[in-house]
Design a protein around this ligand. Structure first.
Ligand code: IFG
Length: 498
């Protein structure tokens, strides 16, 4: 047994993200055909979480598990879920106790139970010991550090089907992410039907980066994605990128263009050359119509309006545009989110700025306006960056991002200017200029996604690459079983048994 094994007490289940507190408990607990999941009273929300747990455990225990209501003490050998009052756990935290005869999972809210279920799933699937239906005794108290634990999928450069997006949502939920930012429009494509401007999808949806997939979501399909995300505690954040990155819209409606002439659809990968016409009244009717329909389809509180790389809009025009855009979003009752550049214009209180550029200026402007920020530093959180020179997919303008680099940073240490209490959290971003299929996506997203999950959830002091890399190796074995096309980076001991 090599020396560093002794230093490394393998964490129960090699859990990622690492919980706040884990103690060894009496155990192990094994599933039997008699195991049942019990909830204390009729509760659709808790029953739904119980049903999700039953579906996860069925293949392990060999028989489908029942979810039943049990008002008295839970029967021996059962898994009981309940909500109660645990102030220290917050809205998303949970307490899990695995004993030899009982598993009990408690939380303040059903969302906390959902995250406890993800932990139970990992205990069964990446635990170091025992058989498939057996988990070691453990007591876990856990809750997230940041409230914003997000990932962005760019479906504009390359379109991904509803099924693909649901697959991405499953990956996020397994690692306790709670936000899915869908980048729905850009120069190359418009991806959602807007009934009052149908050509946006009918024409604008027919484009893509050359070699990529075109397409768009009907409003029913978008609602299907939103509902699926919601069932996994994920809030969908839709983005319509404005006023730049708008060729797909400009190509769909000549009247939106400054000179009334529609450009052809764009299938290249340049940025910054397009802009709506801030001087046109029609521009604001267009924006209002689009955001009104999108807001009606989006139960979540957020609308992302982009605002990045408006290099063909003068600063004065950009400011006029932003000053007209904000009341539209506010009237819809939504919280506006935009990329770092929006911080250069006066923002309504409550606006959220997503910082991506390395320069301090965006952070400085955001801090000066006292707005909250989401950290997505391109040189650490852009999953479309290559791992190294030999990575075929992806770009490298923000630098190469090894798996270790994607883990070894902290949202509170990116821009010291931003007060800690203004940092909502982290969002990992996948732009898809070079990403065509789910296999491509998986290769860029895994293993780095697991690290972003830990950055968003786990206490800063508990994080260490040297220890984390062994847990990551254990997850590699689960990803292999799930046929996830992850990148076996050299800095992780993939083959070593923990
Ligand atoms: N920057 C652009 C994206 C995308 C990206 C590729 C932002 C906010 C470069 N804007 O990142 O549209 O092209 O890495």
């Amino acid at each position: 047994m090599n020396s560093n094994y002794l230093q490394r007490q393998p964490l129960a289940g090699n859990l990622i993200p690492k919980p706040v507190r884990v103690e060894k408990g009496k155990g192990p607990f094994s599933l039997t055909p008699k195991t049942e999941i019990v909830i204390p009273a009729e509760s659709p929300a808790i029953g739904e979480i119980g049903a999700q747990l039953a579906a996860i455990l069925a293949p392990l225990g060999g028989t489908p598990l029942k979810v039943s209501v049990c008002s008295g003490p839970p029967p021996e050998g059962s898994i009981c879920l309940n909500t109660g009052s645990y102030p220290q756990l917050g809205a998303e935290g949970y307490r899990l106790e695995v004993g030899p005869n009982l598993v009990s999972l408690s939380a303040n809210e059903p969302g906390g139970l959902f995250y406890g279920v993800q932990t139970i799933k990992q205990l069964f699937s990446s635990g170091p010991k025992g058989g498939p239906g057996l988990i070691e005794g453990v007591i876990i108290e856990d809750f997230p550090r940041f409230s914003w634990r997000g990932a962005m999928l760019d479906v504009a450069r390359n379109f991904f089907s509803v099924q693909d997006v649901k697959g991405f949502i499953r990956y996020l939920a397994a690692y306790k992410f709670n936000r899915l930012h869908l980048h729905l429009s850009n120069d190359q494509g418009w991806r959602i039907m807007i009934n009052s401007w149908p050509n946006l999808a009918l024409h604008g949806g027919s484009g893509a980066v050359s070699g990529g997939r075109s397409g768009y979501y009907s409003q029913e399909e978008y609602s299907e994605i939103v509902a699926y995300a919601q069932s996994k505690q994920i809030i969908v954040v839709p983005e319509i990128d404005l006023p730049g990155h708008t060729t797909a819209a400009l190509a769909s409606y000549p009247e939106l263009n400054r000179k009334g002439i529609a450009p052809p659809l764009y299938s290249g990968t340049e940025v910054g050359f397009s802009s709506l016409a801030p001087e046109k009244d029609l521009t604001y009717r267009f924006v209002s119509d689009v955001l009104e329909e999108l807001a009606a389809l989006t139960p979540g509180p957020y609308l992302h309006v982009g605002g990045d790389e408006a290099l063909s809009t003068t600063p004065e025009e950009y400011e006029i545009f932003m000053s007209q855009l904000q009341p539209i979003v506010a009237r819809l009752g939504k919280t506006m989110i935009g990329w770092g550049e929006i911080a250069h214009t006066p923002l309504q209180a409550g606006t959220i700025v997503q910082i991506w550029r390395r320069e301090e200026i965006d952070a400085k402007k955001a801090a000066a306006q006292g707005v909250q920020v989401i950290m997505s530093p391109a040189y650490r959180a852009y999953m479309d960056m290559k791992y190294n020179e030999s990575t075929k997919l992806g770009l490298s303008w923000a630098g190469l991002i090894k798996v270790e680099d994607a883990y070894n940073w902290d949202p509170a240490e990116v821009h010291a200017l931003v007060p800690q209490n203004k940092i909502l959290g982290v969002e990992a971003v996948l732009w898809t200029e070079t990403i065509r299929t789910m296999a491509d996506l998986e290769n860029m997203v895994f293993p780095r996604l697991a690290g972003y999950a830990e950055i968003g959830w786990s206490p800063r002091k508990n994080r260490s690459w040297e220890e984390y890399r062994y847990r990551l190796a254990a997850h590699g074995r689960s990803w292999e079983k799930e046929n996830i096309n992850f990148y076996r980076c050299p800095e992780v001991p993939w083959g070593e048994q923990v």
